[in-house]
Design a protein around this ligand. Structure first.
Ligand SMILES: *Cc1c(COP(=O)(O)O)cnc(C)c1O
Length: 346
């Protein structure tokens, strides 16, 4: 798959490390029936560039390059109140000398507090130009179009980036990740049996599926939902993966069996803490010193832990967890994450 035809900005100057997690693997085995657990590895996409980086950094390398190629001077994007995607987009804008405006969707009513910590603090620190807050369920594309027209009215040029940066261009970032991973496994002599990723706006999961298919990487990918169960999530991922392959001119058809989604770990609602997330965040922090976040990676790791306890993996299977970032939002949920999980939904 040839990514070199697409304009790209580089925000990370190295391949994110792949690390074995011996202490976490031991703790997981001790909590599984018969002590039978997979061996857990991690790919540190939480170490990507920008402020601090996460999976959106990879998508933005292609999206921002496209914006610059089109002569845009302002990025317009959208997200939830504690959006990592908005914060990383803003950081990319700052680095490129662009302005940046957000539309924030209050999926939980009255949840946006401009003075909150975490990503909201960073919005202000990095100097967001304008934030429009709209109620949950709003037509985000239409709301961003309105903001783009305001920008146009000021004699400037806006570039709209969809939620999570998940379109065909953004998905190229995770094709690049698949290629990076393939090279690393070869160079470092690591044999991975399964990759576990988060599945939200679907650019990460869909981009990886496209990259694995196009590069003939025969490692199954499990996508753990952070906002939808498989019946709703899988079609989104399939559509994203197909759009990425089509953009690349790869003549392959994504089949339903190429897209494996797992649900049941994000409830009661996107971004709302649950007890399993708290356990996962504490477990990785206290065995390996690696922070997860409450909205995404905490629930995704809770999914991996839950699957291991349900016997979904073979003993000693090598499972690679993709750490997609999200550190700042940990600070917006300090009380919940330090608690014992009691009083939170399971
Ligand atoms: C956005 C995000 C995800 C989900 O990735 P998608 O490409 O939207 O599916 C996972 N983890 C973190 C930390 C994120 O910010």
């Amino acid at each position: 798959m040839d990514l070199s035809r697409f304009p790209r900005r580089r925000y990370t100057s190295f391949a994110t490390p792949i690390e074995f997690l011996p202490n976490f693997t031991r703790a997981l085995a001790a909590s599984c029936p018969d002590g039978a657990a997979p061996r857990i590895w991690i790919k540190r996409d939480d170490m990507l560039g920008l402020f601090p980086g996460g999976n959106k950094t990879r998508k933005l390398e292609f999206l921002v390059a496209d914006a610059l190629a089109q002569g845009a001077d302002t990025l317009v994007t959208c997200g939830a109140p504690q959006s990592n995607h908005c914060r990383i987009t803003l950081a990319a804008a700052v680095k490129e000398g662009l302005k940046c405006r957000f539309v924030i969707e209050e999926r939980v009513p009255n949840s946006y507090d401009p003075n909150a910590s975490g990503n909201n603090f960073m919005f202000r620190l990095l100097g967001v130009e304008a934030i429009t807050v709209v109620p949950g369920g709003s037509n985000m594309a239409a709301e961003m179009q309105k903001v783009a027209e305001q920008v146009q009215g000021e004699g400037r040029k806006a570039y709209i980036i969809p939620g999570g940066g998940s379109n065909a261009i953004g998905g190229l970032g995770y094709v690049a990740c698949a290629q990076e991973l393939q090279q690393q496994l070869f160079d470092e002599g690591i044999a991975i049996d399964r990759v576990v990723v988060g599945s939200g706006s679907s650019g990460t999961h869909g981009g990886m599926v496209a990259g694995f298919l196009g590069n003939n990487i025969r490692i199954p990918i499990t996508g753990i939902g952070v906002s939808r169960d498989p019946a709703d999530q899988a079609p989104l991922v399939l559509k994203e993966a197909q759009a990425v392959l089509d953009l690349l001119g790869v003549k392959l058809q994504v089949k339903p069996e190429d897209v494996q989604c797992v649900g049941g770990f994000w409830q009661p609602k996107y971004s709302v803490p649950n007890a399993r997330m708290v356990e996962a965040v504490q477990m990785l922090a206290r065995t390996e010193g690696i922070p997860l976040d409450p909205v995404y990676t905490g629930k995704i790791m809770a999914g991996l832990i839950g699957m291991a306890r349900q016997g979904a993996f073979r003993k000693d299977e090598n499972v690679l967890f993709l750490h997609t970032g999200g550190l700042p939002s940990l600070h917006a949920y300090e009380k919940e994450v330090l608690g014992d999980g009691k009083g939170l939904p399971a």
